[in-house]
Design a binder for this molecule. Structure first.
Ligand SMILES: Nc1ncnc2c1ncn2[C@@H]1O[C@H](COP(=O)(O)OP(=O)(O)OP(=O)(O)O)[C@@H](O)[C@H]1O
Length: 308
């Protein structure tokens, strides 16, 4: 099999006349924890559903575990664990019964993983699934999806509704799964501090278009913020290439760039008399600026898409 567990070529989806996923070329390396990022409505769930053969692509193709996503056999599907948004459960079953019911669908079922995740989330095996809180339901669903030990885990917004402790359990489970075996996780999330803790690769989808797909570190190295301190007389700044955002106060101007080079930094240093200082950006700050309101979108595609 290729070094990628997921590969898409020009994957596109229209709902009616609206294009919600456009010409997506995605590569998810085997063994990675891959964060799939994008604002609400960016097209993440639709992409995930196409990868699982649940929604038919309008154009393009995708291979999952080396197989065409639209023709996955039951055996192929058994190698993929999918945690959909919403965390649906059969409410009338006890947690124990949910486990037995799910286990019957799989050749392989690791009961100790199931138990360990339930314990992490402090779930009472005799309790009814229908009585669980949103976060507890997410824990049960996670236990159900991890126990078959799938080669590829696809988690659609798994942290939604989880408290900080439960989110940490989720992260630990994700790390455990990929650290002990050659397994891959693709997950979507809006909680970028979690993504920062766990992901080694990310893709950024914006209005259905891939704006970046690279190592987490690469993304952070390419989106940088500088602060210029001044005494109220703001230094003149020419049109700077890659400038994503400017924020001014009476004594500071902060500039955020994508792909700024050493020559441009030196130019600003000269213009500002060296009163420039780089400030570290969290993934959340970098992401918000990157997919923010500034219009020059073609610039992003050109410079950060498929950076490896
Ligand atoms: N079955 C459908 N019919 C019509 N439009 C749809 C359908 N499913 C999704 N959409 C639209 O496609 C766009 C992308 O939706 P999608 O659920 O893929 O986004 P998302 O990135 O997962 O968003 P979120 O982060 O809010 O979950 C949205 O504008 C949504 O309204």
């Amino acid at each position: 099999m290729s070094e990628y567990v997921i590969e898409t070529q020009g994957l596109t989806k229209y709902f009616g006349k609206t294009c919600v996923v456009s010409e997506l070329n995605l590569k998810v390396p085997k063994g990675s924890i891959f964060g799939f990022l994008g604002r609400n409505g960016a097209g993440k769930s639709t992409t995930i559903r196409m990868l699982l053969g649940l929604v038919e692509p309008s154009r393009g193709s995708a291979q999952v575990l080396g197989k065409d996503c639209w023709n996955l056999s039951p055996d192929d599907r058994a190698r993929i664990g999918y945690l959909p948004e919403g965390h649906h459960v059969y409410g009338w079953m006890t947690i124990e019964e949910c486990g037995k019911f799910q286990a019957a669908f799989y050749k392989h079922w690791n009961a100790s993983i199931f138990e360990a995740v339930l314990s992490h989330f402090r779930l009472d095996r005799k309790g009814r699934a229908g009585n669980l809180s949103r976060g507890q339901r997410a824990g049960l669903c996670l236990a159900l999806v991890l126990a078959p030990e799938p080669e590829l885990l696809i988690l659609d917004d798994p942290a939604l509704g989880l408290d900080p402790v439960a989110r940490r359990s989720l992260i630990q489970s994700m790390l455990y799964v990929t650290r002990t075996t050659d397994r891959t996780i693709l997950f979507s999330s809006h909680l970028l501090s979690d993504v920062e803790r766990v992901a080694d690769e990310i893709a950024v989808l914006d209005l259905g278009t891939l704006r970046a797909s690279c190592k987490l570190e690469t993304f952070r190295q390419h989106v940088r913020q500088f602060v210029i301190r001044h005494d109220g007389n703001e230094p003149p700044l020419p049109d700077l290439p890659g400038l994503l955002q400017t924020f001014r106060t009476d004594t500071e101007t902060s500039l955020t760039f994508a792909n700024i080079g050493p020559a441009e930094i030196q130019r600003i240093q000269v213009l500002t008399g060296n009163r420039i200082e780089e400030v570290p950006l969290s993934l959340e700050d970098a992401f918000v600026t990157y997919v923010g309101e500034r219009g020059a979108k073609s610039f992003f595609t050109k410079d950060l898409e498929d950076v490896k």
